[in-house]
Ligand binder design. Sequence first.
Ligand SMILES: C[S@@+](CC[C@H](N)C(=O)[O-])C[C@H]1O[C@@H](n2cnc3c(N)ncnc32)[C@H](O)[C@@H]1O
Length: 272
Amino acid sequence: MGNRSIQLSTARDLSQSTWAAGDFSLVAASNQIVSELLCEAIPLRAGQRVLDVATGSGNTALAATRRATEVVGVDFVPALLDRARERAHAERARKVTFEEGDTENLPFPDASFDVVLSTYGHMFAPDPARAAQEMIRVCRPGGHIGFAAWTPQGLFGKVFDLHDKYNPPPEGSSPVTRWGDEEFVRERFGSAAQSFRFERRDRIFRALSVEQWFGFISQYLGPTVVTMERLDEPKRQAFKREMIGLMEGANQSGDETLFAPAEYLEAVIKLR
Ligand SMILES: C[S@@+](CC[C@H](N)C(=O)[O-])C[C@H]1O[C@@H](n2cnc3c(N)ncnc32)[C@H](O)[C@@H]1O
């Protein structure tokens, strides 16, 4: 393996242990609307074969199965897949399955899906070119790829930048918010794409207070859990202060609660 491959495989291992920390299913619960909007943006048709890349606890896979499609959700954290299966069982959804797999090495033959989706999922792959190639490979010609990704200038883009400042990613990893930039998306899908549609939307963060929000993500959002664990006490306090300052700056509630819009890019790509 060359140096670049070793760096990327270390980055993948680190990313996996990071997302296995905390319990992302609790964070994901308030993201469901993003998945529903993405499924309408495609728009999905009954009977289509759909893949949800980096499904986590299944938000987008479940949104797709509610539209009478046949869905597979794939993720590299087994505990999150268990949460997704529990949810599918509770909804009596019979045409959705969940499998372990890596975004950069999808365990499916070429052209196996009509539609490939990802909500804040494929954006975390350390090698974005590889993630895009894999999504293109498993999608049939003329099919659709759709995703949601935080924009660099939006609130959650800045939240991830702060994580990187205090807990720098391994050398060679691509900044996750690049997927929120339309030009970057055009470059990645390039000649495989027949057309692109982009929409900038806001996902609203709500909590009883900014402090309560920070306490919540420190317990459940893997990247925050791991960052807090790795820092010594003075740096932990500095990270907390900066995160709270960022959220306070974005808070539009006008009262003691948190109501903060975070911009994301919704992208729909039709393949040739
Ligand atoms: C922010 S969560 C989003 C989960 C889900 N798509 C949703 O909308 O709730 C990111 C997810 O990406 C998964 N993930 C990150 N990198 C991955 C990779 N290389 N292969 C598979 N899953 C990955 C994590 O395990 C986690 O479930």
